[in-house]
Design a protein around this ligand. Sequence first.
Ligand SMILES: [Zn+2]
Length: 216
Amino acid sequence: MFYETVTHIGGTTEGNATEGQALWLLGRAVRRNFDIDVTTDGGMLISWTAHRQVGEHVTSHPRSIRLRPHLPVAKALTDATCSDLLLIDSVRDAQYDPIKRVMTGGIWLIPPAATARLRARGLVVVDDRNQVRQSLTAQIGLFARDHRTRTTEPDGYRYPPGGGARRNSSASVAICECGFARHTSDRDEARRHITGHRHEVSGEFARALVNALTPA
Ligand SMILES: [Zn+2]
């Protein structure tokens, strides 16, 4: 489950959204080319501009839907937990054994303590046939880990290492965990590059998720 904050023309509305509703919102965002940004807690921000005709004029309004998971996953995604989640994703028929309280899939077995942790933190979904899959928050969290971004602090006034007059540098670098990097002349520009990169990779991720759910 997610906490849902909808920003519309009249203000904001708070509510809840299920995993199914979150996927529906992502599908709509992909179809309408809205900006999507997925976050390491397993949540997302979908934003777009709404245009409204008022008499002769068209006015534009920023709109957004933010989903924050009831169980944020960022801290739960330790290296060991990520490995277990990748195991679950590696086979089609990962199973939960309700008697031994373990998860299995072909040649691997996730022991009871780790199995309990995966379930308690909402990282997996077990259906009524005891089939196991990664939850949406786990999928988002795993993806967003690979795209943690930052911009570097500009040097400001500095003496060049070789001597000479003091210089002011406002240069900043936009950096992403995946290897993306852009050298820019100021931090605002670096932030724009980072936002663009986040929207690009989040959009691709959402498209792949939504396509995987649509029967061919
Ligand atoms: Zn990246």
